[in-house]
Design a protein around this ligand. Structure first.
Ligand code: ZN
Length: 93
């Protein structure tokens, strides 16, 4: 079977569920921070991304095109952040 962009919404997390983890990584409140999707150019708040837990870690997808914007994987030693899908991340001073 070919993998489609169909998303299992039952695996969806509330965006607030990831807020604590993002705070842990960046040290600032991130849910209201703007970001832009590499894939479709959609701009929005990080809190508006679709959050999923599938496989190891948390995947945040664009609410417009559903492509991956951010991926966060935690190990006992470190937190890995894959932000390839974001044009930028904005951290409030
Ligand atoms: Zn997009």
């Amino acid at each position: 079977m070919e993998e489609t962009t169909d998303i299992n919404r039952e695996l969806m997390l509330d965006a607030n569920a990831t807020a604590g983890l993002l705070y842990e990584i960046f040290g600032v409140e991130m849910t209201a921070s703007p970001t832009e999707c590499v894939h479709c150019g959609n701009e929005g708040e990080i809190g508006g991304l679709l959050a999923f837990t599938q496989g190891p870690g948390i995947v945040l997808r664009c609410s417009a095109c559903e492509n991956v914007v951010l991926r966060i994987v935690q190990t006992p030693e470190a937190i890995y952040l894959d932000a390839r899908g974001a044009v930028y991340l904005r951290l409030e001073r």
